[in-house]
Design a binder for this molecule. Structure first.
Ligand code: ARG
Length: 460
């Protein structure tokens, strides 16, 4: 009982069940690097402010450096009795440097300490997400570049609608992901706020300088209110929300790849490296990578729900409930990071089948709108033009061909305004090319979009 850092007022030891139930060191040891960085900044600040002697701060930093090496060499002995990463490190520090180690916690509480460590950790991971998103955007842009001229049936209601450039389709995903990256960058503003100096909840009587430690830790702001500082986990909720939206977007892309890889579509051939086989059906090549990304999306949504529920209804200020903030974030982080990496690898190796896409265009009558617009441009009221084009579709369907395969006589029998130039209008590539308006699927717009994506990638 005496070896607990908080054991002074206790006369009986912790029940084994309680120790196991309340420990967090089994997972929060992931924060060791941030904990050590934070403690060094705190010790130096204390020395600068004359709260502890400079030699003590030096000894503390030297000791913490050793602790870090021990951890990274796998020699550090993590003890459940010491509850969490913070007390494990502090105890070992004191073993190494003696008296000086006991001064580290001056003007600090585990409440501001853990909030700081977690913020530093989340910030590090979000920077990683940003990089992983950029890598996926780059893979999408490379494929888009290759497939500026490839055309496929664009869908609404998952029914063939109008022809679009594959590049345009892929850049829609790049656009979502760039938005995600910007959302994360914005979230980082609120993550990079230092709670150090809030102490337990009320602030401290020591003449500390929160700005100084914040600066050393690359945090651009300090807390405004000590009670909020120790109990605020908005940054983690927001980070996991950002991750949830990333997963929503990845799951949409995953779903399309899964559908496209079905031989009945045959729009894409999966790379061996990101597919798996079946133990019974020899012909199978399954899109497990994409399926797992789609499936893992739920985990991240679950983490978001967990975090929102943990913070709900908490009275001021720190409550132990908040220890439940880390595992959901860790799980969300490994899922988001892993999914982004897999999708970047998968996308860059997808082998798109332009011929199969072209064939699919025939089945979808995706140029029916063009025919209606063509008639309308020749003075047929749009409602009538729409109806005539619909009848042409019915005729083509009964003959098992596309609109462009109907003869001029057949088309004229339905709509006398049709002239031989109708076939140019019905041409799929022309359908795409004529969509010149900004943000549309036309080649100029796609080139512009690609240019913007390249610029975006360049400054990252
Ligand atoms: N392991 C704790 C957590 O993650 C650290 C803070 C504990 N503070 C306390 N007063 N018990 O939240």
């Amino acid at each position: 009982k005496l070896d607990k850092l908080w054991g002074g007022r206790f006369s009986e030891s912790t029940h084994r069940l309680m120790e196991e139930f309340s420990e967090s060191v089994s997972y929060d040891r992931a924060l060791y690097e941030q904990d050590i960085r934070g403690s060094m900044a705190h010790a130096r600040m204390l020395a600068d402010q004359g709260v502890i002697p400079a030699e003590d701060a030096k000894a503390i930093c030297r000791g913490l450096e050793q602790v870090k090496q021990e951890i990274e060499a796998g020699e550090f002995v993590w003890k459940t009795e010491f509850e969490d990463v913070h007390m494990n490190i502090e105890s070992r520090l004191t073993e190494i440097v003696g008296e000086a180690g006991k001064k580290l916690h001056t003007g600090r509480s585990r409440n501001d300490q853990v909030a700081l460590d977690f913020r530093l950790y989340v910030a590090d991971r979000l920077e990683n997400w940003r990089k992983a998103i950029a890598a996926l955007v780059s893979a999408l842009a490379d494929q888009a570049e290759l497939h500026r001229k490839t055309i496929l049936p664009g869908c609404t209601h998952f029914q063939p609608a109008q022809p679009v450039a594959l590049a345009h389709h892929l850049l829609a995903y790049a656009t979502m992901l760039m938005r995600d990256e910007e959302r994360i960058t914005d979230c980082l503003k609120r993550v990079r706020v230092s709670p150090l100096g809030a102490a337990a909840l009320a602030g401290t009587t020591y003449p500390i300088d929160p700005e100084r430690s914040a600066k050393e830790l690359n945090l651009h702001e300090t807390f405004a209110n000590s009670m909020d500082a120790v109990s605020d986990r908005d940054f983690a909720v927001e980070a996991v929300f950002c991750g949830s939206l990333v997963m929503a977007h990845l799951s949409r892309l995953a779903e399309e790849i899964i559908i496209w890889a079905n031989p009945n579509f045959g729009f894409v051939k999966l790379p061996d490296a990101f597919a798996t086989g079946s133990s019974i059906m020899p012909q199978k090549k399954n899109p497990d990578s994409a399926e797992l990304v789609r499936g893992k999306t739920g985990r991240v949504y679950g983490a978001l729900m967990s975090l929102l529920t943990v913070v709900k209804g908490l009275p001021m200020a720190y409550n132990r409930d908040l220890q439940e903030d880390k595992e959901p974030f860790f799980d969300a982080d490994s899922t988001v990071s892993g999914s982004l990496g897999i999708m970047a690898g998968l996308v860059s190796e997808l082998d798109f089948q332009a011929d199969a896409m072209l064939k699919a265009l025939d089945k979808g009558f995706v140029n029916a709108t063009e025919l209606a617009d063509y008639l309308a441009a020749r003075g047929v009221p749009f409602r009538e033009a729409h109806h005539a084009s619909g009848r042409a579709v019915a005729l083509a369907e009964s003959k098992g061909c596309g609109l462009e395969a109907l003869s001029l006589e057949e088309l004229q029998a339905i709509a006398p305004a049709v002239e031989p130039d109708v076939y140019e209008v019905l041409d799929y590539a022309n359908c795409v090319a004529r969509r010149k308006a900004p943000g549309g699927t036309g080649p100029d717009s796609v080139a512009l979009q690609l240019g913007e994506v390249e610029k975006w990638l360049f400054i990252r």
